[in-house]
Ligand binder design. Structure first.
Ligand code: GAR
Length: 182
């Protein structure tokens, strides 16, 4: 079973649901994240762990890790989760993340816009194990996505998302099958 962390609209969560990954629970740092609605519609338990509701980031992360593990998560999948995970969390749970660039290029919150601004010929998708850094940790999959003339962030993001929706469920599936170890 996987636990999923989300902060946004949740198209990657939807791919995990549609591809029948066994999802034990979905947690978010954002109370009104669209992804939580998708989880609820699929009958998956949800919870919000906002930083403001906790004494510290470590305390929040421990509560979030405990909740996911109690629900049966063997792996945590960051599907558009936009905060760093503390060592307290990572000591308790193995986590993987999807990021819309060919890391280590363009880490951080605006990788699509950054790739377009840099004028590179291609960007792509990385799925990786999570460590304490910003979009860092051992790479599981990378796949390039060519940048086309006249690309806008919206058009490029759509093609990148299509790749993410294939690679992230595949990585989670392999981990659960015992074919991937951190
Ligand atoms: C995805 O593109 C994901 O790769 C990215 O946030 C988006 C979430 O979309 N994650 C990061 O940038 C992590 N650093 P979604 O909510 O529709 O799945």
């Amino acid at each position: 079973m996987i636990g999923v962390l989300v902060s946004g609209r949740g198209s990657n969560l939807q791919a995990l649901i549609d591809q029948k990954l066994p999802i034990a629970a979905v947690a978010s740092n954002v109370a009104d994240a669209g992804a939580l609605t998708r989880a609820a519609q699929a009958g998956i338990p949800t919870a919000v762990f906002a930083l403001d509701d906790h004494a510290s980031r470590e305390e929040r992360d421990l509560a979030m890790a405990d909740w996911l593990v109690q629900h049966g998560a063997e792996l945590v999948v960051c599907a558009g989760y936009m905060q760093l995970l503390t060592p307290a969390f990572l000591e308790r749970c193995t986590a993987i993340n999807v990021h819309p660039s060919l890391l280590p290029a363009f880490p951080g919150p605006t990788p699509i816009e950054d790739a377009l601004a840099a004028g590179v010929a291609e960007t792509g998708v990385t799925v990786h194990f999570v460590d304490e850094g910003v979009d860092s940790g051992p790479v599981i999959f990378q796949e390039p996505v060519p940048i086309e003339p006249g690309d806008t962030p919206e058009r490029l993001r759509e093609r990148v998302h299509a790749v993410e929706h294939r690679l992230l469920p595949e990585a989670a599936r392999l981990y659960l099958a015992g074919a991937l170890r951190s």
